[in-house]
Design a binder for this molecule. Structure first.
Ligand code: GLN
Length: 304
């Protein structure tokens, strides 16, 4: 595949996409982003790299990082994990409370907020130094030892995060949160505050295209089986109540964040990341989804 030509086509295509959607403002700091930013980057398994636009600029990856916390917790807990959180699509918005009550405080999956909070609770229980150990894990994946949380974003979210507080309180009442609520929320806000560029993202998540191996170091991040399973969960749950739409139009496992980023994995081939801050009604990047649809259609490289 000639990705260089493809990226020239994407540059033209991106201009044609209707400019709709809105930047997330419910986390005040996210509202300060220039809505017109646009970047895309693709890294192949054999380390060829292609970028366009603002691909080298760091942005708030938000819920994309839930795949990283899941990977770490899955390594620590193994299959036991699934007694605390499910693996089914929710069909509801990422911060919805409705299912949680009638399903007795067990979140549908680890990629909605409730599920990611349970994962953070597990990390608080299992890691000696949860905040430090988690960022070290991401540093190793990225090869960037200076990478850090963005305290400003974490603080901003903490001040306005009434829904997440409601979710975790409900789960605590059902007995599905073992640690202090404030400690778990603090880890969750920091997790969501990580800033990476599209280029960084494709490096960090390449292990999911490589059977769980970090291609930078050759080290095992997770097992072949866990890598397959995490991809499956992303496919079914990575876009909340728009997971079907993403599978239908793009056809790759992926994960979005309210910072406007999306990553998508082609197992055995590549990892691609796109950033465009304006979100659609479901909280996923409007232009990002369209550009990825163009990419997989043009290259005929969906997994289906
Ligand atoms: N930090 C955000 C929240 O908890 C993450 C949501 C997202 O990116 N979908 O609401």
């Amino acid at each position: 595949m000639n990705y260089q030509n493809l990226f020239s086509e994407i540059a033209v295509e991106a201009q044609k996409i209707e400019d709709s959607g809105a930047v997330a403002t419910y986390i005040p700091e996210l509202g300060n982003i220039d809505p017109n930013k646009f970047g895309i980057h693709l890294t192949t398994l054999d380390q060829r790299r292609y970028g366009l636009g603002d691909f080298d600029e760091k942005f708030s990856i938000q819920s994309i990082s839930k795949v990283l916390s899941l990977t770490l917790a899955f390594e620590l807990e193994g299959e036991k994990l699934w007694s605390r959180v499910g693996i089914e699509p929710s069909g509801t918005p990422f911060n919805s409370l409705v299912q949680l009550e009638y399903e007795n405080g067990i979140p549908r999956n680890p990629l909605i907020n409730a599920g990611a909070l349970v994962i953070c609770d597990i990390l608080v229980s299992r890691l000696e130094n949860p905040r430090k150990d988690l960022i070290e894990f991401v540093r190793q994946l990225s090869g960037d030892g200076n990478l850090d949380y963005c305290r400003r974003i974490a603080e901003s979210e903490k001040k306005t995060s009434y829904k997440n507080a409601a979710l975790i309180n409900l789960m605590k009442d059902f007995g599905n949160i073992n640690n202090d609520i404030e400690v778990v929320l603090d880890l969750y806000f920091h997790l969501c505050s990580i800033e990476l560029s599209c280029k960084d993202l494709t490096q960090v998540f390449l292990y999911l295209a490589a059977n769980g191996i970090n291609p930078l170091t050759g080290e095992k991040v997770t097992s072949i089986s866990n890598s397959k399973r995490i991809n499956a969960i992303m496919q079914l749950c990575g876009f909340y109540d728009e997971a079907g739409e993403f599978a239908y139009k793009v056809g790759l496992p992926g994960k979005s964040g309210v910072g406007g980023g999306i990553i998508a994995i082609h197992p055995g081939k590549y990892c691609v990341a796109v950033w465009s801050p304006k979100l659609n009604q479901k909280g996923n990047s409007h232009k990002g989804m369209k550009v990825l649809e163009f990419l997989t259609t043009r290259t005929q490289s969906s997994i289906f």
